[in-house]
Design a protein. Sequence first.
Length: 257
Amino acid sequence: MRLEGKVALITGAASGIGRQTALLLASEGARIAGVDVSSEANEETATMVREAGGDIIALQADISKAGDCERMVAATEEHFGKLDVLFNNAGVMLSEDGDAESTDERVWDLTMAINVKGVFFGCKYGIPAMRRAGGGSIINTASFVALVGAATPQLAYTASKGAVLSMTRELAVIHARENIRVNALCPGPLRTELLMKFLDTEEKRNRRLVHVPMGRFGEADEMAKAVLYLASDDSSYVTGTEFMVDGGLTAAYVTPE
Ligand code: NAD
């Protein structure tokens, strides 16, 4: 077991990448604090993890609120005694997000509040806990759109993921000597609810796939495997990276048929 004795807090655990990661990390021995704003679906994740033999608590929190993030970290330490792995994964891609002209301020502010401030709050309260544990691993979910322009406009989302990436680099540098590693996971386009809701026509989906050399969307469990690597000591000399798991998208200019 690659995470025996470790405690991992996962935000966005009710769905997609977060749910698959909760299942995988638990199967590798980690005790999990699964956090989500949606408590019903989050309880479902907890049930799935327990049925597979894992140890998990489900916590309700809105990561855009400082008090909620402080409480989620405190509850994790209280229940499991420490925090070793922090997966700042929850995020939104709002359907009204578009180009500079069409995106209104409310969409911009909400995207930034969850995708950027949520990661900041996770670190603000998670880092002291991790320091108390003698170190740990933080993984922040960014996106391939932090590195290349998206084919379908989603300006607020793209900007938010750029911020996650640059925050990750600085955090990695600042906390390296405290035995706290910080990496960004950069998923390519995935077949999860978040993206399929946004790419809601065959035409939009095909337009996105043109840019993926593998010619398919990624799966949430393929992201979970990358998180397992970044969370475990297998990646002990890895910090500050933008870890691409994108079917080759960012390596491509044009894609052969
Ligand atoms: P998802 O929609 O399946 O899951 C996201 C989860 O975050 C949901 O359970 C949702 O309830 C939760 N959440 C949303 N707002 C929250 C808040 N304020 N507080 C707490 N929880 C909140 O999406 P996913 O595809 O699993 O996405 C996970 C992460 O991966 C996101 O950061 C997303 O931006 C990123 N990502 C996704 C893709 C993709 O193609 N799906 C690509 C690149 C990056």
